[in-house]
Design a protein around this ligand. Sequence first.
Ligand SMILES: Cc1cc2nc3c(=O)[nH]c(=O)nc-3n(C[C@H](O)[C@H](O)[C@H](O)COP(=O)(O)OP(=O)(O)OC[C@H]3O[C@@H](n4cnc5c(N)ncnc54)[C@H](O)[C@@H]3O)c2cc1C
Length: 381
Amino acid sequence: MTTDTHPDPLDVLIAGGGVAALEAMMALRSLAGERVRITLLAPEREFRYRPMAVREPFTIAHAQRVELAPIAAEFGAQLVQGELEAVDAVQRRAITRAGESIAYDALVVACGTHGAPALDGAITVDDRTLGDALRGLVQDVEEGYTTQVAFVAPPQAFWPLPLYELALLTAHRAYAMNADVELAVVSPESAPLALFGEAVSRDVARLLGKARIAFHGSSTARLEHGELTLEPSGLRMRPGRVVALPLLEGPRIAGLPADAHGFIPVSELGAVPGVDGVYAAGDATSYPIKHGGIAAQQADVVAAAIAAQAGADVVAQPLRPVIRGILLTGDDARFLEAELPDDGEPRSTIGDVPAWDPPAKIVARHLGPYLARGDRQTARA
Ligand SMILES: Cc1cc2nc3c(=O)[nH]c(=O)nc-3n(C[C@H](O)[C@H](O)[C@H](O)COP(=O)(O)OP(=O)(O)OC[C@H]3O[C@@H](n4cnc5c(N)ncnc54)[C@H](O)[C@@H]3O)c2cc1C
């Protein structure tokens, strides 16, 4: 896509190269046309489709990666390689880690999170290294060297779905190889995937039961000398291996507010309070669920707010979050959906056919169809 120049376009800087950044870029171009001049500031050259990393330990395939340069070019954005380090809100300038200063009229911070190990001695789930980190474990289970594995979510279980997928995929592989293994999921959630609501929790509990995976809910875990102690029950186990989700931290950009974990607070239109012209979207924000579909919905809200600021005929609408997820089980995938009202319980459904199209793991209005096009179809379930 090329754009004609507008007499006085708004300069929009988007920091990030993940779901939220790309969705914001695409939505903004669609809503504001040539009223905006977009720059994408990203440290990496590729977009990684992170959810498919859970398959890597079980196959030789890798999660999808797509080069950023052609995507930016197609949406008429300038791609700058670098990392946002600080924001000078008075001068409206973004400072990169390399010391470059970039002027903006509107800035979208979509820098994601950093993960730190939650349990010393456990394998930490990191989508960049998951294949290598877990392939040995899967092999040990297949060959009978490892007979007990615990999958542990840390106290702030921002997005526990990959943990359930890894447990279910491990069980499926073990039973296919006639290997005898005891698997357990330990989570602070009161029920499996409780954030999706009751219908989903019940179904996931059934799947765990069928796969003979024990579920220890409302629990946190300590790991010392190979022994896992669950709190508050005091239950002890000695699994051969422990796989744990990481503790997540926000990006902590100097000049921007942050909560205790470094996440950026935002208004319901994605604006960062007290800093004019700065917006944030995706995992970097203090929204409690770190999920690609939510990141994309936040990016769409921010794009509409900026498009309106640029003079486009658009009314910015507050976030109405809906989580959609695909649970990989080794057998047929399960498609989960939940509306998250401000008050009350999530309204959820689960089934074996998706209620959305394309049937991708990350549901994003603009990025989803873009990735599903032609040669990019590997992002699908
Ligand atoms: C194993 C796993 C499975 C998952 N499964 C699902 C799933 O099934 N469905 C789903 O919807 N979600 C899933 N998620 C969550 C989903 O991947 C994230 O919620 C989503 O990627 C968040 O998008 P984001 O753009 O906010 O952050 P990210 O995708 O993390 O992107 C952040 C980007 O910012 C860049 N960056 C970092 N620091 C800076 C900086 N200082 N300046 C500029 N750029 C910077 C990074 O290089 C990256 O490009 C899963 C996550 C994992 C790890």
